[in-house]
Design a protein around this ligand. Structure first.
Ligand SMILES: *Cc1c(COP(=O)(O)O)cnc(C)c1O
Length: 415
């Protein structure tokens, strides 16, 4: 069977060895999964989820009890006062955009303390000129870069003490940058340092790829608001689209009034039949995130054993589901991504090529043989075509499918 799938005995043997070596890490993931499952089950029971919550509304979407219950459950799981969980959010970028435009007004200062935010926010902020950007709306943008994979605590505290900043953004995952993802103990430390000198600044965390990777979320440690996508972790591979914003009640309300309209806020938004999928996705999310983490850990060890440079290392503390592998070689990078595509259940016969994608500056290659378009909680791999030729691997609905995809990619690259 493996031979038919195109995996050689040699690769299988190396994979077996790597799998043995990561068993201790897998045990930790199992316990994380159980803890997060308990959180989800508790929330479902607290809000008495029942058949009626799988209802559907159309048109304005008034009185959608399923939608309202979903938002209470997300708030409970994320330890937030309230949440906005909507399929009217097109993507994580859209939810981040809605949040930023909801909280920031002309002349407000927006400070990013984890370096330049995710590539798709360049035009949202106006780092790349756009007539609809925050900067075009007279919001001022400032940035403090990270040093040695940590916050520049002194500079951040000094800047925050001036009290003229409206919003501080922290991006937990690394995006397409070279830095590590930021662990929650560092986020907790920086929030404490900010709060020592500034009680009012809104602290927002881009939580994309981070949900359920640790036992707590940024909202447990002082973040005012967090944002993420439902075609990543919390959608569990089942939510067909959407995103969430969760945090302080008044901030969620502002975001709702920006997503719909002032005066309408959370009261409208038809669910068009997806409530059951959102609930089921959240129900599966702890297990799917665990599978993604195991796939990442396995890939990290396997590629390390083969002499490549993975980050994080297999036994390093993680804060998101992203695994990078540096190839220092354009051809190997492309082959690896193409192998991930070949190991996918959908479109396995397509061959991805580097392409100009909207929202990204360099050419990007994207391998995603996913049930849901663009879903990166499903095994996927993407890479900007630039030095040092680093692949960003993430997802895996089950560990077994994740592992098979990685084997196929390694085989392609070694051929
Ligand atoms: C995925 C992601 C986003 C949003 O991307 P979408 O593709 O628009 O959902 C934003 N920030 C980070 C760190 C991400 O990983």
């Amino acid at each position: 069977m493996y031979k038919q799938f195109g995996i050689s005995k040699e690769i299988l043997d190396i994979a077996d060895k790597a799998e043995q070596e990561v068993q201790e890490e897998f045990k930790k993931i199992d316990s994380l999964c159980e803890y997060n499952s308990l959180k989800v089950l508790n929330a479902f029971q607290k809000y008495c989820v029942s058949d009626i919550h799988f209802n559907s509304t159309t048109g304005y979407g008034y009185s959608d009890v399923g939608r309202d219950t979903i938002e209470k459950i997300f708030a409970e799981v994320l330890q937030a006062e309230d949440s906005l969980v909507r399929s009217q959010f097109i993507s994580g970028t859209h939810a981040l955009t809605v949040a930023l435009f909801a909280f920031l007004r002309p002349d407000d200062i927006f400070l990013s303390i984890s370096g330049k935010p995710y590539d798709t926010l360049d035009e949202v902020i106006g780092i790349v000129e756009n007539p609809s950007s925050l900067i075009a709306h007279h919001v001022k943008y400032e940035q403090i870069d990270m040093i040695n994979n940590d916050f520049d605590y002194d500079k951040i505290q000094k800047r925050a003490s001036k009290k003229d900043i409206k919003l501080i953004e922290i991006q937990r995952s690394r995006g397409y940058s070279m830095r590590d993802s930021i662990t929650l103990d560092k986020i907790e430390k920086v929030i404490k340092i900010i709060r020592e000198v500034n009680e009012n600044v809104i602290i927002m965390v881009d939580n994309c790829y981070g949900e359920m990777v640790e036992k707590i979320e940024p909202t447990n440690i002082g973040a005012d608001v967090i944002v993420g996508s439902l075609i990543k972790n919390l959608g569990g591979g089942i939510a067909p689209n959407g995103a969430y914003i969760a945090g302080k009640k008044e901030l969620v309300e502002l975001a709702a009034e920006r997503l719909t309209a002032p005066g309408l806020g959370k009261e409208v938004g038809p669910t068009l039949g997806i409530n059951k999928q959102i609930l089921q996705g959240l129900f599966f999310a702890p297990q799917v995130v665990a599978s993604s983490l195991k796939t990442a850990i396995f890939a990290s060890k396997l590629l390390e054993n083969l002499g490549y440079d993975p980050n994080p290392k297999y036994n390093q503390k993680r804060s998101d589901i992203v695994q990078t592998i540096t190839f220092h070689d354009k051809e190997k990078l492309i082959k690896f991504c193409q192998g991930i595509q070949m190991g996918s259940p959908i479109d396995s016969n397509s061959v991805p090529e580097p392409w100009d994608m909207p929202g990204y500056t360099d050419k990007v290659i994207m391998a995603a043989g996913a049930f849901t378009q663009g879903s990166s909680i499903e095994l996927s791999c993407d890479a900007p075509i630039r030095e040092p030729y680093m692949a960003f691997l993430q997802g895996g609905l089950t560990y077994q499918y994740g592992k098979l995809g990685v084997l196929k990619a390694v085989q392609m690259m070694q051929n």
